[in-house]
Write a protein that binds this ligand. Sequence first.
Ligand SMILES: [Ca+2]
Length: 387
Amino acid sequence: MTSYQLIAASVASLITMACSSAMAQGLEPSGEPPAVKGWKLETVADGLPQPWGMAWLADGRMLVTGKKGSLHLVSGKQVTNVPVEGLPSLFTEGQGGLLDIAIHPADKGPNPRVYMTMASGTMDANRTVLVQGVFDGRRVHGIKTLFTASPSKSGGEHFGSRIVFLKDGTLLMSIGDGGNPPQRVGNMLAREQAQNLGSDNGAILRLTADGKPAPGNPLAGQQGALPELWSIGHRNIQGLTVDPQGRVWASEHGPRGGDEINLIEGGKNYGWPLQSYGADYRSREPIGVKVVPGMVQPLVAWVPSPAPSGLAWYTGKGFPQWQGSLFSGGLASKDIRRVAFDAQGKVVKQERLEIGKRVRDVRQGPDGQLYALTDEAQGSLLRIVPQ
Ligand SMILES: [Ca+2]
């Protein structure tokens, strides 16, 4: 070690000790929050086959992905199928399929670039990919594969797959850890990829709009680190949103218990699988420990697991009392959870909107209203309005 490295190491260890004494207790997990009233559901559209993600076109119409590989245009209450030409081989087993969707935020004209995430490959070797095409009003054509996550993994679990554009024109994409034991990648459990800087799995990536590693990514200088990594130590993020201040929020599936809400900062390690509030599905043994110095604590850890998917930051006028809150969809809990923060970003309140159906995605529309997709063979697009 050089003298600089020695000093850096001792400073790091002092910081670690300070953090560890302050954080040794970790977080008190949250149970099911109380139900809230004063709202009702409106059905915007029906008959969406296992919808997964939604995105608004500049003219207010929407595109909704169907997990089995379909794409749908929602115009008012009307749903029409949108052919997607040239999609690579789709893997639809388990949690795989055609997943999230985003429109390039600069494309306000009639031929916007459409970004979609999907699982591709076979049961023995599959991975999450990012594709881009052009919507011409009738179909999506010119599909290109912009990014392919590596390494490949087996089985039908944990593709992550939310995408969100940042104000600087880059995009964040979540990649799952690859699956529960006994799934393995190489000589390690698949989930251990979340701590491997040489793997895209179990991470959030920051890419250019062309799918290249974005310049200035925080881990890029570290030996063996992939240049696209933004944050690591994630199990399976299926909710990702940016608030008006530019802060990035994520909801993450934990194992048995310990689903999380995190504030995402570039370069940070969010702990999985060394730090968690959950237990292994099979053995029921705790996974990791609740506090690992140097790893980011979640803002919320839910036990039991709502199985969160879809996340929105609310700024709308319909519910002034909800402004500045996150809304997190729950698959298992069949609800949408509101998480309220104070000015310092501390969680001050939680409550649940009982939907009664598995919720796959939650977004705030350009009209300031909250929308949700239900995870059903014939799913619905719902809108939450004041009662
Ligand atoms: Ca975590």
